[in-house]
Structures are given as C-alpha cells and as structure tokens.
Design a protein around this ligand. Structure first.
Ligand SMILES: C[S@@+](CC[C@H](N)C(=O)[O-])C[C@H]1O[C@@H](n2cnc3c(N)ncnc32)[C@H](O)[C@@H]1O
Length: 333
C-alpha cells in the first residue's frame, strides 16, 4: 500500500515555505521589475541588483519551473502572470502584499512553529497593526490593489454605476489604505469620506486619496473603533476585514454603533474571508483562517453566521456574495 502512493503532494505541501521564500526574495530584490526593464541574463541582473550570480541563477531557474518565467537561451523572460502582478509599475502589482503580507517575517514566525498554535492557540503576542507601525503601513499599501476590484463590485451592487452627485456621507472603518471608501468617492462625485483607523495609517490613505484626486473630500477620525465615536450620520459604512479582528461582544457593539451612525435605509458593507458552511472546501479561506488564528486567536464567520449576526443587530441583508476566499454582505440599517 505504502509503495503505491506517490508522496509528491505531501512534498509539495511540505516545501510551501520554500516557494514562499523564493517569491518573497525575488520580489524584495526587484528581480521581476529588473527583467521588465530589459535585464534578461544572470550577469545583467547581478549587476542591476548588485547581487550574487549563483543565487540569482538558482532563483531564476526555480521561478522558471514554477511557471513565472520562461527561458530563451541564456535569457529569462516574464510570463504574463509575473508581468501583471510582480512588476512594480504594474497597476495590479502585488509586491507590497507579498513582502509585507503573505511573505513577511511575521507570517514566517506564525508558521515556523505551528505546533505552538496547535498546542496553545495564538502564536504571536502582539498586534502587528498597532505594534509595528512601519509594517502596518506597508501592508496597508499592499492591500489597496487587491481590494480595488472588490470595491468596484460592491459599488455596482449598491447601484452606484456612472456618476452620482448626491452629497452623501461615507465612513470607511478600519480602512488601512481606504480602497472601499476611495473607490466609492470616484463614483459619488459630491460625497465626503470619513476614514477611521489607527493614526499611524493616516498618511497611507491620504497618499492614495491624492493619487485618485479625491483628497479634498477626506476627513480623518484617527483612533480605535472600539472606543472612538463614529460620528455621522452616514449613508454608507464600509468595514472590510475588520470584524474578524474583534471579539463577539466587540463585533456586536460595533454593529450597534454603525446602526446608530447610519441614516435609516443607509447601507453597511461588510467584507470578510468567508469559509464554506461545513468548513471543508474553501482552501483559501481555511488557510487564511489558520493564519489569522495564529496571529490573533480569532476565527471567521461563514456566510450564514455573518447574515445572522447582521440580522440580530437590526440590519436587513440584501446582498451576500462569495468569491474565492472572501465575500461581502451589504445590509440596510
Ligand atoms: C486586515 S486590515 C483590513 C484593511 C482594509 N479595510 C482592507 O480590507 O484591506 C484591518 C485594518 O483594521 C484596522 N484595525 C484593526 N483593529 C482596529 C481598531 N480596533 N480600531 C481601528 N482600526 C482597527 C487595522 O489597523 C487595519 O488597517
């Protein structure tokens, strides 16, 4: 029995940190961006990054085997996936998310001894969003690009297609770089957006606001959403990947505060990772949950438990969508 089953799938899982490390290293040294600028050979890349030719060669060969590069003689070329997501000038660049997020030293720390999580729960005794301000700012920057397409869909579902000129008030709670609120401002040309997050992230959202030409319509409310009054009244509140950082009691308190801060009929948008009901099939969400549990000791809602939570707090859920590891609920106050 043992000899008939090949171990390849197990070995692929067991070497996941090798591929993560390679990818992180290649992004952090800008290898993909240097190839995009025409440095195609090992010698050219070694000169461009002032690096070790041997290290660069084995990295490029492994990335070729992983399907991110292709080789033409002694030259390496980007495959479309790498060109789209791993080159700094690309609008879909994921480099910050990889270096500050998935491939960061904190993530390696959580997974390096996952037996600690299995034995005793949460592995990190710090809140990276608060305790490492520089890291938080890079991760916030990295999250912007990945959230923009979701934010566009949310705006479509809210019926905000084309341009609207109502002078609406919006709140983006735990907004990091503010992808949801800022995307809405592009469609709602007279709306104003209040941004609430820890004060050290203020500059990140402002930079994106300036880039999108909406900085004049931003208001900051720096602070902790568990204590800071939310202000209002608002026509819409966005809350993306915030709920799972809070305890059950804090979730209920925050939803109560959101209901009070919204005008009657105003919309609450909750974006979260959403595992399937039986927690069997959504690999992305379940891996995220294992990661987040190692960081915070908290787990995710499923679509059903999110709906129940919103309804129990007086909201009427009118959209509940899942795609990939995540999804969103849109509910009316
Ligand atoms: C996982 S990130 C999500 C950021 C962004 N909304 C997104 O979807 O990409 C969580 C964000 O919530 C913020 N946050 C976490 N707890 C908070 C709290 N108690 N008060 C205010 N902001 C908080 C963090 O600083 C961080 O920007």
């Amino acid at each position: 029995m043992a000899a008939r089953l090949r171990p390849d799938a197990i070995l692929l899982l067991a070497t996941g940190h090798w591929t993560a490390g390679l990818l992180r290293g290649a992004v952090a040294t800008g290898l993909f961006s240097h190839i995009a600028r025409g440095n195609a050979t090992v010698a050219q890349l070694a000169a461009a990054v002032a690096g070790d030719a041997g290290g660069i060669r084995v990295t490029l060969n492994a990335l070729t085997a992983l399907g991110l590069l292709r080789k033409e003689g002694e030259s390496y070329r980007l495959r479309p996936l790498a060109e789209t997501y791993l080159v700094e000038d690309s609008p879909s660049y994921l480099g910050d998310l990889i270096t500050a997020g998935c491939g960061s030293a904190y993530h390696f720390r959580v997974f390096e001894h996952y037996e600690h999580v299995i034995a005793q729960g949460r592995a990190l005794d710090l809140d990276v969003w608060v305790d490492d301000k520089e890291y938080a700012a890079s991760l916030a920057t990295g999250l912007f690009g990945i959230n923009r397409p979701i934010a566009e869909k949310v705006c479509d579902d809210l019926g905000w297609k084309g341009e609207h000129d109502e002078a609406w008030g919006l709140l983006d709670l735990g907004r990091s770089a503010g992808a949801f609120g800022l995307t809405a401002l592009l469609r709602l040309t007279r709306a104003k957006l209040t941004l609430l997050d820890h004060p050290h992230l203020t500059a990140v959202a402002r930079r994106f606001g300036e880039r999108l030409g909406v900085a004049g319509r931003l208001q900051e409310r720096p602070g902790d959403c568990r204590r800071e009054p939310l202000g209002g009244p608002y026509d819409a509140v966005f809350m993306s990947q915030l709920l799972h950082t809070l305890s059950e009691t804090e979730q209920q308190q925050l939803l109560g505060a959101c209901r009070t801060a919204l005008r009657p009929g105003g919309h609450l948008v909750v974006v979260e990772f959403l595992p399937d009901e039986g927690r069997r099939g959504n690999m992305g969400a379940l891996l995220f949950e294992a990661m987040v549990y190692g960081f915070t000791g908290r787990t995710f809602h499923t679509p059903l438990s999110l709906r129940r939570l919103l309804e129990a707090n007086g909201f009427l859920v009118h959209h509940l969508k899942t795609e990939g590891p995540g999804g969103y609920a849109i509910a009316q106050a």
